[in-house]
Design a protein around this ligand. Sequence first.
Ligand code: PMV
Length: 304
Amino acid sequence: MKVKTSAPGKLMLFGEHAVVYGYPSIVTAVSSRLYVEIDKIKSGFKIESPQVKDVRFVEETIRVFKEKYPFNFGLSIKTKSDFSSQYGFGSSSAVTVALLYGLSKLINFNLSKKDLFDLGYQINLNVQGVGSGFDIAAATFGKVLYFLRGGKVVEELKTESIPLVIAYSGIKADTPKIVKALREKVITNKSFYFSIFNQIGKIVEKARIFLEEKNWTKIGKLMIENHRLLKQLGVSTDKIDRLCQKAIEAGAFGAKLSGAGGGDCVIAVVKEEKKDNVKKALIEAGGKIIEVSTNALGVNEVKS
Ligand code: PMV
């Protein structure tokens, strides 16, 4: 018996880093997905995963799942992704959630989305040691989510597809490393960093309203503001700043880094007529355009 599942990648829209310290964030699931195919075999585990990093998550997912829901057969697992793990789209969270869902189908056990999230978050923490769980939430629930650390609040926003242009900076970010480095700095100057997190939290509250109103001009302004604060946290780079600047000069309403910083992607909110212009400017500045849409569906079974 074969089970096939898929889960979406994600992009952080607002609130990265501050979310780790208990402030809210907004994340969207993206149309690029990660696919998992699971087959029962007599014994042992065979894992075929082109993205090497994902194997650790696959192994930990099987371990945690089996401990909670024991089964007495082996597994053959194949993963395939629409996107490169370089981009920071959350391939490890997507693989974790898609596999958990697939395993639950394989043993005919109905796991609620909340159960899936909780298990996925635990696995994520076991492997990485840090993280708010926003990526697990995007893979599980899909759509655009207002999210608080550990899934304390997960609320779907009533918004339509967000007119984004996305550019990969060419540099792979090491999220756990950046999160840990910031934690060291926060310890030494709590009041400074928490005042920034607090301002980011306020931006997220406003962004939530403007996203539901589809007010892209105001969303753009908030992105610029959020990026300025991320720079103060010290997580941006010259290349990322340049990409944001060029996108704005070419007509974007606003732009910011997305995720931990240090590399990965820049997102810009742009009206349709200006998209080509903005893409051209981003390419000239050394970015690679990634065509994905927002508001994607959460984890599901792929019927073949
Ligand atoms: O680098 P990404 O796209 O995985 O995003 C990290 C976002 C942080 O807020 C810095 C960490 C987290 O787990 O929320």
